[in-house]
Design a protein around this ligand. Structure first.
Ligand SMILES: *Cc1c(COP(=O)(O)O)cnc(C)c1O
Length: 242
């Protein structure tokens, strides 16, 4: 036994595995309710504030995508994270343009593009590395002052601008709806996102292919899936309270 296999870490890995099984069962149930297969929903394990050992435990238990909010935290953990075949990181938090350069070749997707300025910088940095960056457009569906995301009415213009950046591929939309005391109260926001997603989906170009709708977190991912989510971002239900 190496130090890494201390019984404490094993217990933690088992806890994460159990939680993951429970989350997957909830995903399956919600997918069934909406007449879809659980395969149609990608689980992003949100690992912010959790140590690299927790990320690794989730990866060993079959998680394909983990999500981090902050560039600095992601870069700090990455050297200790063991990514297997087909496993990758997504950036899900607000991204400042001056950090794009540091993260561009570390993640498979940036879920939080909410301005032309940011899209332009991602395009520029991706071009320098000779890569193409998959992104989602983050929508401020609740119209909340303090939240990032593009206002729904500005989405068409942002999409049109993004379509002009050849080193960027817009794969869909992401949203963090307002926190609601009553779980059901969040449903209309998910529904509104789904409508936006459907309405703009036909607007295809070389750089725009809307197939991902990223919405739903620990408290509400079942409702998000019922309302058409294809990607849920789950932290607390897998790793416990932060
Ligand atoms: C933290 C976070 C999540 C996960 O939230 P939980 O409630 O812990 O599941 C999902 N998406 C974003 C953008 C987050 O910042």
């Amino acid at each position: 036994m190496t130090e890494n296999c201390s019984s404490e870490q094993t217990a933690r890995a088992q806890e994460i595995a159990r939680n993951l099984d429970a989350v997957r069962a909830r995903i399956e149930q919600a997918a069934r309710v909406s007449g879809r297969s659980a395969d149609a929903v990608t689980l992003v394990a949100v690992t912010k504030t959790m140590p690299a050992s927790d990320v690794n435990a989730a990866l060993v238990h079959g998680v394909r995508v983990f999500g981090e909010n902050r560039v600095q935290e992601l870069l700090g953990k990455l050297p200790d994270i063991r990514l297997g075949e087909g496993q990758c990181a997504h950036l899900i938090g607000h991204l400042q343009t001056n950090k794009v350069r540091q993260v561009i070749d570390k993640v498979a997707m940036i879920q939080s593009v909410d301005s032309v300025h940011l899209a332009e910088e991602i395009d520029k940095q991706a071009a320098k590395r000779g890569l193409r960056m998959d992104v989602l457009i983050e929508v401020n569906i609740g119209g909340e002052e303090a939240k990032s995301g593009v206002p729904p009415q500005d989405l068409p213009a942002l999409l049109e601008a993004a379509a002009g950046f050849p080193h960027l591929r817009v794969c869909g939309l992401m949203a963090v709806p307002p926190v609601c005391a009553d779980k059901e109260a969040v449903r209309p926001y998910f529904r509104a996102m789904r409508k936006l997603f459907i309405d703009i989906a036909p607007k295809k170009s070389d750089n725009v292919s809307m197939h991902i709708l990223s919405m739903g977190m620990s408290g509400d991912f079942d409702i998000a899936i019922e309302e058409g989510s294809t990607m849920v971002r789950v932290g607390t239900a897998i790793f416990g309270r932060r």
